[in-house]
Design a protein around this ligand. Structure first.
Ligand SMILES: O=C(CO)[C@H](O)[C@H](O)COP(=O)(O)O
Length: 272
């Protein structure tokens, strides 16, 4: 139903009092705009924490892309860093911006990794990651980092992990139906094969498939992560328990920083 002139003169309600559904396009666009600004804000704050001489892990996704762009600006201004990217696309972007890439053979320890997330559990700082499909390299880079800064807009924090987001699970294509059955036995209520271009299954940079597993709210993330770690056919999964050292949550104007150390899980708020 659309609102005609009389409806508008009547506060959006037709003469009969029936509710009119006004198209939300403008409002939705505004919300998306706010979210983009928030992501850019969080990204900038984290990129500005990087210091000269550091080895930096570059995450994947839209928020991480803003962070890499900001690092590129800083490199153009003279910041000397080397980076390990978590995906081919981010590696290409970083190189195009003049950021020097390195690898684990040369630098097995990363000073700081900066990445987005799909969910951040308030308090524990456990994460779900991988809706962008880069979870394996993201976890390897985060695991090698002394400090792992997660950058999100305020749509990402949740009370319980799994509230809104399925757990992406990277599986070997060989025998994936058997892996699918094992994941169902672990309690996945709904499993979706991630789709790529042309109706084909999505393939990660490592040549694997992704099964998005809806476990519902996850009471014990570390326990489920352990079960997934031991599931044959699973290469990696998107539960990152106890890995984030810092989380930067951005709204349009306000920033919250949650830090695991020195006071574990204590939210520190400041307004920028
Ligand atoms: O885990 C990821 C990619 O594998 C991303 O960090 C996650 O999906 C968040 O993406 P965005 O910053 O675009 O919201």
């Amino acid at each position: 139903m659309s609102a005609d002139k009389d409806d508008k003169d009547n506060g959006g309600k037709p003469a009969g009092g029936e509710t009119v559904f006004v198209p939300l396009t403008a409002l939705a666009a505004e919300a998306v705009h706010d979210q983009v600004r928030a992501k850019r804000h969080a990204a900038r704050i984290a990129a500005d924490m990087v210091e000269a001489g550091m080895i930096v892990g570059l995450g994947t996704g839209s928020t991480a892309t803003f962070m890499v762009e900001r690092l590129g600006e800083r490199v153009r201004q003279g910041l000397a860093i080397k980076a390990i990217p978590t995906s081919n696309v981010i590696g290409q972007l970083a190189q195009s911006l003049g950021i020097v890439l390195t690898d684990f053979a040369t630098h097995p320890v990363i000073d700081v990794a900066i990445d987005g997330a799909d969910e951040v559990e308030r308090g524990s700082l456990h994460l779900i990651k991988g809706l962008g499909g880069a979870l394996l390299r993201e976890k390897m880079v985060a695991a090698a980092a002394k400090r792992f800064i997660v950058i999100v807009d305020d749509s990402k924090p949740v009370a319980t992990l799994g509230e809104r987001t399925p757990v992406p699970v990277e599986v070997v294509p060989f025998g994936w139906h058997a892996t699918h059955a094992r994941l169902e036995k672990l309690g996945a209520q709904r499993i979706t094969v991630r789709q790529g271009a042309g109706g084909m299954p999505f393939m990660t940079d490592n040549g694997n498939m992704v099964l998005d597993c809806d476990f519902g709210p996850i009471k014990d993330a570390a326990h489920l992560a352990g079960l997934l770690d031991r599931t044959v056919g699973v290469v990696e999964h998107g539960i990152f328990p106890d890995m984030a050292t810092d989380v930067v949550v951005a709204r349009e104007q306000e920033i919250e920083q949650w830090t695991r150390n020195p006071e574990p899980n204590s939210p520190k708020s400041r307004v920028n």
